[in-house]
Design a protein around this ligand. Structure first.
Ligand code: MG
Length: 251
């Protein structure tokens, strides 16, 4: 944490490398998602690929989190712990949240992946959440403010009858996984810290079909929707440039 840091050109080049590795691994994990696969197997694959690419896991050991991958299914919002017992089933909505550090810099991204054929309700939620992230990213231009991001995400989501999780927010990212500023997926336009070239943020809307309220299960990690209805999550690491947003976790 500490202050809001503006990254230099050299630092952004390093973060581009970290972001590329996050994307490559996340894509490989998404491809491995299928009915019958356990979330533990996905975590093993993530760990193998991390070391093959010369990176380090960002989440393993972070405040004691026991795995490289956060694997959350259906009503689980985020921070699901991979398990040998938890096997994916046709129709599940699988959230993969994943980060690495490389050469001292972090990258962080998340995707929601349909397991086989999902319900129209699940597919619509997935698409709306993906698009809400895009709407947030479009705000990442010099002169706008952090509140513009949250406002854009929230407006998009709520206009479609969904709700935005309040208890988890996006964040600055760089030499640490979580830096200032916090980036809520809700809020007022034209408020909060000003966006300047070199500011790197992880924007990560979590969108629920029902209530925005969540609770954390007895494992002290897994966050689930209070009404146990579906949730979806997308995240990118993005840098503000003079020319607009550059997504670092995109190939
Ligand atoms: Mg994040």
């Amino acid at each position: 944490m500490g202050q809001v840091e503006i990254k230099s050109r050299d630092e952004i080049a390093l973060m581009r490398d970290a972001g590329r590795v996050v994307r490559e691994i996340l894509d490989a994990l998404a491809e491995a998602v299928a009915p019958g696969v356990s979330t533990h197997e996905l975590d093993r694959l993530a760990e193998d690929l991390i070391y093959k690419k010369g990176a380090k896991p960002a989440f393993k050991g972070y405040h004691g989190f026991p795995a490289c991958l956060c694997a959350s299914i259906n009503e689980e919002v985020v921070h699901g712990i991979p398990s040998k017992k938890r096997k994916l089933a046709e129709g599940d909505l699988m959230k993969l949240d994943f980060g690495v550090s490389m050469k001292g810099y972090f990258g962080d991204a998340a995707v929601t992946v349909p397991v086989g054929k999902v319900s129209p309700e699940a597919a619509a939620l997935l698409e709306a959440t993906r698009e809400s992230l895009h709407q947030g990213i479009l705000q990442m231009v010099p002169g706008k403010r952090v509140g513009d991001i949250g406002f854009a995400v929230q407006s998009y989501v709520e206009a479609r009858g969904y709700s935005v999780v309040r208890d988890f927010v996006g964040h600055g990212i760089g030499k640490q996984l979580h830096e200032l500023p916090q980036v809520p997926n809700f809020g007022q336009a034209s408020t909060g810290a000003k966006l300047r070239p070199g500011l790197v943020l992880a924007i990560e809307p979590m969108v629920n079909v029902g209530t925005h309220k969540i609770e954390v299960l007895d494992d002290d990690w897994t966050a689930v929707t209070l009404d146990r209805k579906l949730s979806a999550h997308f995240e990118h690491t993005i840098v503000v440039t003079e020319e607009g947003p550059e997504i670092l976790t995109k190939l």
